[in-house]
Design a binder for this molecule. Structure first.
Ligand SMILES: [Zn+2]
Length: 193
């Protein structure tokens, strides 16, 4: 399973610290909720890329854990990254925002088009998250207007808080596909931060 964790630093600093980052220590397994002591073990790292808003790529370690009780492999993904995307959360959202505001966006056009498409496909999910946290809002058929409206609401909450709070909503996450079997099926489930 994938566990999102706020290291309270950005990509650049995380990349610099590499394996010296302050990885979270759990009391309980994030998957089975069993006592971590004696069961939850560090299981090395895998390496992936993270790309910032200046299109600079950093090769970074992702810490892995393994639970002997439930056999789950757990990856600790820094919350500035979205699973399966190389660009940081901030970069993706900010470029989509610029596009929605009619501004000229730097970076790969094809990638931008994909990010916009995924953002717009996720509007119902974003809408559902905001309804879930108590907003009384409707959803019209004007997709551009809706995209602009929800972008503004995301920015009002803050990109990172929005991402962390919405993580796991309807077993999915921001910019993710709707059904993800490896996410724990529990409403608003968040790993300890
Ligand atoms: Zn477990």
């Amino acid at each position: 399973m994938l566990c999102i964790y706020d290291f309270e630093i950005e990509l650049e600093e995380y990349a610099l610290k590499e394996r010296r980052n302050e990885f979270p220590v759990f009391d309980r397994c994030p998957n089975c909720n069993g006592i971590a002591q004696g069961n939850l073990h560090r299981n090395g790292y895998y390496w992936r890329y993270g790309i910032n808003e200046h299109d600079e790529a950093f090769h970074i370690p992702i810490c892995r854990l393994r639970c002997l009780a439930c056999k789950a492999n757990i990856s600790i993904l820094p919350s500035f990254l979205i699973p399966y995307y190389q660009h940081t959360l901030y970069t993706i959202v900010d470029r989509v925002r610029q596009f929605l505001e009619g501004k000229k966006v730097i970076g790969c056009r094809q990638q931008l088009a994909q990010h916009i498409k995924r953002f717009c496909e996720g509007i119902h999910w974003i809408h559902s998250f905001f309804v879930d946290i108590g907003h009384q809002i409707g959803l019209s058929n004007d997709s551009k207007k809706e995209a602009q409206k929800y972008m503004k609401m995301i920015l009002d909450i803050g990109i990172s808080p929005f991402f962390r709070r919405s993580w796991g909503h309807l077993s999915s996450y921001f910019m993710g596909k709707l059904i993800l079997p490896y996410l724990r099926y529990k409403k608003n489930y968040n790993c300890p931060t």
